[in-house]
Design a protein around this ligand. Structure first.
Ligand code: HEC
Ligand SMILES: [Cu+2]
Length: 383
């Protein structure tokens, strides 16, 4: 008489529930969540190729081993009155087979892994065609700063890159270890205090017009999850336009305008932490914090540097403080009665500590609502 494998209905039930629950897990991968499988550049596609190779090999092994196991359970179960089966202990052929087959499988995996390592290594950068853009990425607690050495511009939260160019990134941290990761474009590389890492990546031309999410992939403190950035891919012309706009100093608004009052408030409350070229930052290494090499100051532990993001062109960006909020000039009319309900920038300036607890701007100043409106009017001029 055969005994059924799943005797009780509860076992079938728990199996079904397990399958259902795991499908909920998979639905968490929404359209906009960054994915290593939806790649737009050679580095990320080389990395996802290794993933597929390993997944396919592992799936075949799984199906073979588990299939054999399940088959044995049903087909060769002990039956009442059955004699002891043939014993194969010490069978040389079998021993050799199950040593050699896994060896071959592991060597194939190793081959593709090592090939992948060489494809994405810094040394492979020289084999790439296209213009090279050099960027220094600095991990702060908890936001990203990007300094384009060739153009002497600094931005935060958003990296703009032209398609088909080789983006060479030098990675710095002057605090704790962070990790630079843009799933659609490149895998992770750590930013280690006192040690300079480098990497390169490239976006394909079909990425033009797309914006990809970048993340910090190394736990760096309580707001680690709010340390995101955007990588916006443009064509070569738009990139040049972006660069020349970013190279311009901020224009001073009319003193008596709302923005002009905001500019005064900025100088009184904000410029000890935030740089604006044309206000407290001078171009070409003049007085103040040397704008032509702001990273250098921030990479030497103990040296004075501005702790907040460079705001010279904040009006052209769409993320606030590592992406904890997004913002948009359209939803932030400084005169709107419902400004504090609608505009994320207003919420941020009202109480940064409530939006992103523990961040370095929390409790740094107090402004009235009217003053915040003026500051917003000013920040919006910083295009
Ligand atoms: C004590 C230093 C400090 C002062 C003073 C300060 N900030 Fe900040 N600010 C920061 C830091 C640090 C961040 C980034 C926080 C984070 O992401 O963790 C920030 C972020 C911001 C951002 C978002 C910028 C971006 O690119 O993400 C804006 C806008 C901003 N501050 C405006 C102001 C204004 C306006 C004032 C003055 C009224 C001000 N800050 C005063 C430190 C400061
Ligand atoms: Cu981090």
């Amino acid at each position: 008489m055969r005994t059924p494998v799943f005797k009780k209905t509860t076992r079938w039930l728990s199996l079904a529930v397990g399958v259902l629950l795991s499908s909920i897990l998979l639905t968490a991968c929404g359209e906009n969540s960054p994915s290593i499988l939806n790649t737009y550049g050679p580095v990320a596609s080389s990395e996802s190729f290794v993933f597929w190779v390993i997944l396919i090999i592992a799936t075949l092994v799984f199906i073979f081993v588990e299939g054999w196991l399940v088959l044995s359970i049903f087909r060769f179960r002990e039956r009442p009155g059955q004699a002891t089966p043939r014993q194969i202990h010490g069978n040389l052929k079998v021993e050799i087979l199950w040593t050699v087959i896994p060896m071959i499988i592991l060597f194939v995996t190793l081959f593709y892994t090592i090939r992948g390592l060489f494809e994405v290594a810094p040394s492979a950068q020289s084999q790439q065609t296209g213009k090279t853009i050099n960027v220094e990425a600095v991990g702060h607690q908890w936001w990203w700063e990007f300094y384009y050495k060739d153009y002497k511009i600094t931005t935060a939260d958003t990296m703009v890159i032209p398609a088909d160019a080789v983006i060479h990134v030098d990675l710095f941290s002057n605090n704790v270890i962070h990790s630079f990761w843009v799933p659609a474009l490149t895998g992770k590389t750590d930013l280690i205090p006192g040690h300079q890492n480098e990497k390169w990546f490239k976006a394909d031309s079909n990425a033009v017009g797309k914006t990809f999410t970048g993340l910090c992939a190394e736990y760096c403190g309580t707001q680690h999850g709010n340390m995101r950035f955007d990588v916006k891919v443009t064509n070569a012309n738009d990139f040049q336009t972006w660069i020349s706009t970013q190279q311009q100093a901020a224009a001073a608004p009319d003193k008596n305008s709302m923005a002009g009052k905001g500019a005064e408030l900025f100088q009184a409350n904000c410029q000890s932490c935030h740089g604006i070229v044309g206000v407290n930052l001078k171009t070409n290494g003049g007085e103040g914090f040397g704008y032509d090499d702001p990273m250098k100051a921030c990479n030497v532990p103990g040296q004075t540097c501005l702790v907040g993001p460079n705001l010279t062109h904040f009006g052209s960006r769409h993320l606030i403080a590592g992406g904890v909020l997004d913002w948009n000039v359209a939803s932030c009319d400084p005169n709107a009665p419902d400004l504090f309900e609608k505009c994320n920038l207003a919420k941020w300036l009202k109480d940064p500590g409530a939006i992103k607890p523990g961040n370095d701007m929390a409790g740094a100043f107090t402004l009235t609502n009217d003053q915040i409106r003026q500051v917003i009017a000013y920040l919006e001029t910083l295009k």
